[in-house]
Design a binder for this molecule. Structure first.
Ligand code: NDP
Length: 246
């Protein structure tokens, strides 16, 4: 077993985007990190290599968060390598945009499977397995507040995640485990950028009074705060990290 005295973080969807920045940040803060990914093994390995090159400890584990058996395997791999899990970051997600009228069953079902059931699967597993004194961070989105056209299915699911977050915090009473959600605004990752015309990206970047897109590192800082000693008294909350967009 590698480095069992360190705290260990399991970050879903950590091969790219916000999840990769969280993995790198938590490793720099001294945690062992399990870098989960769905298909992009090369990108996940790159995150692991970067953590190791900086003297940290990490493994990559492939698991589709929408599959309960794969999620159980993910926690087992963490247990085997590092002895347990203290921090769960439910970051993995997909976004497909269309008006409700034009959303087909595949658009709806895939987002429910990955974003909602994926979060549920890991929360359920973590309720049994997370060590006392740990922290769980779920991922919502500031579109829950903005309520933009075409985000109906995605934002509706994220709203459900905010409610599950507060209820999980209550259900873990007595174990010194905090459960919070982070709700980023537009953040410069594939999920936000791919498929959007540049003028839409530019317009959305100007919507916040700070007049820029968020960076993955901006969001990783909030996760580091919530999972570290300075965030210990924040529990059951959703923190919007968005430059003031809503
Ligand atoms: P990216 O598309 O950049 O990265 C998505 C990550 O999730 C990848 O690592 C991908 O793995 C992984 N993933 C996708 N599906 C699955 C699955 N079924 N099982 C396991 N892992 C999976 O997304 P972001 O970094 O932008 O988003 C991260 C989170 O932040 C999401 O929950 C998103 O909803 C939320 N968010 C993002 C905003 C933004 O503007 N970017 C704004 C508000 C919220 P692989 O590389 O293997 O495909």
């Amino acid at each position: 077993m590698e480095n069992p005295t360190n705290r260990t973080a399991l970050v879903t969807g950590a091969s790219r985007g916000i999840g990769a920045a969280i993995a790198l940040r938590l490793a720099a803060d001294g945690l062992n990190v399990v870098v989960n990914y769905a298909g992009n093994q090369t990108a996940a390995q790159k995150v692991v290599d970067e953590i190791k090159a900086a003297g940290g400890h990490a493994i990559s584990v492939k698991a589709d968060v929408s599959d309960p058996a794969e999620v159980a395997h993910l926690f087992e791999a963490a247990q085997e390598k590092f002895g347990g899990v203290d921090v769960l970051v439910n970051n993995a997600g997909i976004m497909k945009l269309a008006s409700i009228a034009q959303s087909d069953d595949a658009l709806f079902d895939s987002q429910v499977a990955v974003n909602l059931k994926g979060t549920f699967n890991t929360l359920r597993e973590a309720a049994d397995r997370l060590r006392d004194g740990g922290a769980i961070i779920n991922f919502s989105s500031s579109v829950v507040g903005l309520k933009l056209d075409t985000y109906g299915v995605y934002a509706g699911i994220k709203a459900a995640i905010e409610v599950m977050t507060s209820i999980s915090a209550k259900e873990l009473r007595g174990r010194a485990i905090t459960v919070n959600a982070v709700a980023p605004g537009p953040t410069a990752t594939d999920l936000f950028l791919v498929g959007k015309p540049q003028e839409v990206v530019d317009r959305m970047a100007k919507m916040a009074p700070l007049e820029r897109l968020g960076t993955p590192a901006d969001i990783a800082s909030v996760v580091a705060f919530l999972t570290g000693p300075d965030g210990a008294w924040i529990n059951g909350q959703t923190i919007r990290a968005n430059g003031g967009i809503v």
